[in-house]
Design a protein around this ligand. Structure first.
Ligand code: URP
Ligand code: ZN
Length: 471
């Protein structure tokens, strides 16, 4: 296999920051040092660039069925290509158990779909929607044989994917004993459903009511409740897409008491607020994701949480639906819900912009350090979900998933230049400083400026070790 030598870059990990060369052999980092030389190696000059571990996005939904035939518009191929252009070299997507289905079948279906298509490395969290004795009995093997150490449960969407508190408790007990962790979509789905019905009965059907029927208080309530259940079950717990200050307060309170409660937030909660729902007509359907965008107070709280490690990870929750009914059809479009907010497919795109947004709005803006940026986007995700030290850092022996990043280059985020199938961006026209230049996946150059050198199917499935055991 070809050797690769990355010369003279500023290597930044979650703890280091120094100028050196990196020699890569057989897809792994072989040596790091000054003045490394190798005649046979393919050479890349990284002078003036940041050299960082490839990003790990632990919350994405590629070609995901949402019920009634509705499906996200990125395939594993288009979605992971888009991820790669944004500097993300590992994703963790979801494998959903349907009613009557087995968790292992759910995983097998997704593995079969992902394997020929993924352009970056990938793993799966298994979503449980039917927590039977038989399903629970399969979980230890999923953790120990298949490398799936994280399971997602929904406290929202009653009658669709929601499970009750007993199912949450039972799942936690089962997976906790075997090195697994439960990820929660924490919103009080029952109360929210009542509010949705109230709004519809009053004829309130516009997209704004998506936000008005999913109050911060009900995210806070569910977050508090599920952390208490995890405390009782004596297992770590991970809250996905945390958006509300009330939910963060529940995480902070638990962590202050020494409870292993973890949480992620997403760029849209950091950079956008609920005023987007005041856009005219159906335009605000672009911002219909769950939880919805919140107020400025929440944004401040989230940034503080990221700084002080009350939030450990920034993921994207990339869940793309086209705005227009285009070639992908109504079932992959927000237009599916044009008559009622309650039918608008929930989710928003963003897998490609995570690093640029967080670098510009976090590091450049003085809110987080460069080391913290790497921690939030690569190292903590790897440690949280059983991928470290193979992934998430630049160290001898680690996979050579490496991003060369120009900290000075300005560019404009736009759907006209991104690489996802989706036809809009939440951040259309936003100018950011800091751009991915080159991306290596296990030592292979897959992105070179605007040139795509990767291949569908080159991504490898990642069998993961225990989740949620970071201190
Ligand atoms: O709106 C969202 N977030 N859709 C994706 C499903 C989920 O809740 O994560
Ligand atoms: Zn999601």
């Amino acid at each position: 296999m070809t050797k690769v030598l990355i010369k003279g870059g500023r290597i930044v990990t979650a703890v280091d920051d120094y100028v050196a060369d990196i020699l890569i052999e057989n897809g792994k980092v072989e040596a790091i040092g000054r003045q490394l030389n190798s005649d046979e190696a393919e050479q890349h000059d990284a002078t003036g660039l940041l050299v960082m571990p490839g990003g790990i996005d632990v919350h994405v939904h590629m070609e995901t069925p949402m019920g009634n035939g509705v499906e996200t518009c990125d395939s594993f191929e288009s979605g992971t290509r888009s991820a790669a252009f944004g500097g993300t070299t590992t994703i963790i997507d979801f494998a959903q158990q349907f009613k009557g289905d087995s968790p292992k079948q759910a995983l097998d279906r997704r593995l079969a779909a992902a394997e020929p298509q993924c352009c970056v490395d990938y793993g799966f969290h298994v979503i449980l929607t039917d927590v039977t004795r038989a399903a629970l009995a399969e979980l230890p093997d999923l953790i120990n044989q298949e490398g799936v150490s994280s399971f997602k449960l929904y406290m929202a969407y009653p009658g669709v994917v929601m499970v009750d508190d007993a199912a949450i408790y039972r799942t936690m007990r089962k997976v906790g004993d075997h090195g697994g962790m439960v990820n929660l979509h924490a919103e009080n789905g029952i109360v929210i459903q009542a509010m949705i019905e109230e709004a519809l009965e009053a004829g309130q059907t516009s997209p704004k009511y998506h936000q008005l029927t999913r109050p911060q208080l009900m995210e806070g309530e569910a977050t508090h409740r599920v952390i208490r259940i995890a405390e009782l079950a004596e297992v770590p717990v991970y809250i996905v897409h945390l958006s509300a200050k009330e939910a963060l307060a529940a995480v902070v309170e638990a962590r202050d008491r020494g409870i292993p409660a973890f949480a992620e937030t997403c760029p849209h909660y950091l950079f956008l607020d609920q005023s987007e729902y005041d856009r005219p007509g159906f335009e605000s359907a672009k911002y219909v994701m769950t939880p919805p965008l919140r107020n400025h107070e929440c944004q401040h709280a989230l940034w503080r949480g990221l700084r002080f490690d009350d939030l450990q990870i920034v993921s994207t929750d990339h869940c793309p639906f086209c705005f227009n009914e285009n070639a992908y059809g109504i079932l992959k479009s927000k237009q599916y819900g044009k008559d009622s907010f309650a039918k608008i497919p929930n989710g928003a795109p963003g897998v490609e912009f995570r690093l640029s947004l967080l670098y510009d709005g976090g590091v450049n803006a003085g809110r987080i350090t460069l080391n913290r940026f790497v921690q939030l986007t690569a190292t903590a995700p790897a440690k949280m979900f059983g991928l470290f030290p193979q992934k998430g850092t630049i160290a001898v022996g680690s996979d050579a998933d490496i991003v060369l990043f120009d900290p000075h280059q300005r560019h404009t985020l736009s759907a006209s230049t991104h690489h996802s199938n989706v036809d809009y961006s939440l951040f259309e026209g936003r100018s950011v400083q800091g751009k991915v230049q080159k991306v290596f996946l296990r030592g292979e150059l897959i992105v070179d400026g605007e040139i795509w050198l990767g291949r569908a199917g080159m991504g490898r499935y990642l069998s993961r070790a225990a989740s949620g055991r970071i201190l």
